[in-house]
Design a protein around this ligand. Sequence first.
Ligand SMILES: [Fe+2]
Ligand SMILES: [Fe+2]
Length: 247
Amino acid sequence: MPVVIAHVSDIHIDAGPRAIERTRRVFDHLDALPADLDLVVLTGDVADHGLDSEYETVREATATRHPLLVCPGNHDDREAFRRTLLGVPPSAGPIDQVHRTDRFVVALCDSSIPRQDDGYLADTTLEWLTTELDATPDGVPFLIGFHHPPVDLHTPFVDPIRQFGEERLAKAVAGRPNVVAFLAGHAHTAAATRFAGLPLLVAPGVVSTVPLPWEGERAVHLDQPPSLAFHVIDDRHRITTHYRSVV
Ligand SMILES: [Fe+2]
Ligand SMILES: [Fe+2]
């Protein structure tokens, strides 16, 4: 059986009903699937203003029967994220988390920089990632996720606030044959490209879609349905991604 991972991003929960309704629509869709997913990954910008009250709502809006792993984005606050979403003592360091099974590993790296919109992986995060890679047998596929994509995506609003210092990440995964792909959010557009010789798969934004330069002048689309990605990894470690809208 292949590994199936749902990838959701940029739910931007605030005090209004719109983001909650769209997020719940996505998670209700996942909960109504006839089979269990191996994991749901949520790649950041979960609370629009990083408030404890928003994280309380995030907990309800993302409640699911599937295993869930969440990383912060530039809209998140590490202390409130830890305190209210994860239920652990608050601290200011990067929130790096791993989901480890016998069949696959997903490492979510915290690419946020407190009070900045662009992204960067701290040295401690890259050291943590290296330790997790060292702990993974060669036969186990390994996915690396974060909020900020480490390359330009031809999105004029997002490219200036992407993840920088990306050559350090490329070096960390060099010579690691079990790394299958990178997963990201932040761009509010379903996109696929390559980084460090591997697929870089960007989940669409649940709350909105950012138009591309050839699509016109609008800064953001609010009327397109929320959508998500399904990543499928077969026993030869080949990844296939399907993008789905939830009407
Ligand atoms: Fe976002
Ligand atoms: Fe973002």
